[in-house]
Unconditional design. Structure first.
Length: 331
């Protein structure tokens, strides 16, 4: 009988729960997102959202999985990185479940989980990963027993940059999908700061320049088009360098911004130039959700990695490259 893991995700504005089996079947994956009416994410409001809707999301996830709570063999939760209040609310729910069901508890690195759910779906063995979301923009590859960061943002993440500009232009949250649709009507490219520094990148200068274009009554469709072409080109340059350096032959796109079709197009071009196999995670697995936490929890549990409830502290600044990946062969 395969194991059933209930994964609970709540690092920022989304709360999700999913049930995944040890043979890689996603039995359920349900989430709910807090959409502030104005401004960005307020950590206390988001943590209150998680506490209020979390139990219902978990109940629905178990019911959709078609199992009883007694069939859950372990609980995993997003231990970090993320917003402290959100992580603590999520961890409290996970601890309560683990104790009430008397099952093991596993703390999962949110960023690593994005990679592992992508590897599960793609069946990739050893990809270069482009991980882009509201809070993270990293180019990652496995080496020396860890997921090494080959390049990353030096200031704001790609998804955050899109949301901040969208909010400035009057778009509702999340703005990324609206910017993508608007960009399709763009016809003129306005040069924006292309800030690649070695293997890292910076988006704050581009954001400031795009806001100025908006203030100057530049056609919004053209601004969105210019933002995407510049921002995604920067990501592609670093991904291409990482592939050339590592000589890996798989390229994986994961994280919430992976839903963007233009970014996918550009990275497919990178993969083709280097004879790499390319995969973009499915939309349902791209954003922050419980299935990725559940699957990574299974990998860690099978490798002997669990937590005592009294030691299940949250880690708001836990980097991708700070966790030993003990479930993979050291390449």
């Amino acid at each position: 009988m395969p194991l059933n893991c209930l994964g609970v995700e709540g690092t920022a504005h989304s709360f999700g729960a999913g049930v995944v089996t040890s043979d890689g079947k996603v039995l359920s994956n349900i989430w709910d997102m807090l959409s502030p009416s104005e401004g960005g994410i307020h950590p206390r409001e988001a943590s209150r959202h998680h506490s209020e809707i979390g139990p219902g999301i978990i109940k629905n996830a178990i019911e959709e999985a078609g199992i009883s709570p007694s069939r859950i063999d372990l609980i995993s939760f997003s231990q970090g990185p993320g917003l402290g209040p959100c992580l603590r609310a999520t961890a409290t729910i996970a601890r309560t479940l683990a104790m009430s069901l008397d099952v093991p508890l596993v703390g999962v690195n949110h960023c690593v989980a994005h990679i592992e759910i992508g590897r599960l779906e793609s069946k990739f063995k050893d990809p270069v990963t482009v991980y882009v979301s509201g809070g993270n923009s990293q180019i990652i590859a496995f080496a020396g027993g860890r997921y090494r960061t080959f390049g990353e943002t030096l200031d704001i993440a790609l998804g955050n940059m899109l949301d901040v500009f969208g909010r400035y232009a009057g778009f509702p949250f999340p703005a990324g999908p609206i910017i993508e649709r608007t960009a399709k009507e763009g016809a003129h490219y306005y040069p924006l700061p292309y800030s690649v520094k070695g293997m890292d990148l910076s988006y704050s200068g581009m954001l400031t320049a795009a806001k100025k274009l908006y203030d100057d009554n530049t056609r919004l469709e053209d601004i969105c088009f210019s933002i995407q072409e510049t921002a995604f080109g920067m990501i592609a340059e670093i991904a291409e360098r990482a592939i050339a350096h590592t000589k890996k032959n798989e390229l994986l796109l994961t994280g919430g911004v992976a839903r963007n079709s233009r970014l996918t197009e550009i990275l497919e071009g990178v993969a083709n130039r280097h004879n790499c196999t390319f995969h973009r995670v499915s939309p349902s697995l791209a954003g922050d959700q419980g299935a990725m936490i559940a699957w990574t929890g299974i990998l860690q549990y099978n490798a002997g990695n669990t937590l005592k409830v009294e030691e299940s502290y949250v880690l708001p600044k836990w980097r991708t490259d700070e966790q030993d990946i003990i479930w993979r062969d050291n390449l």
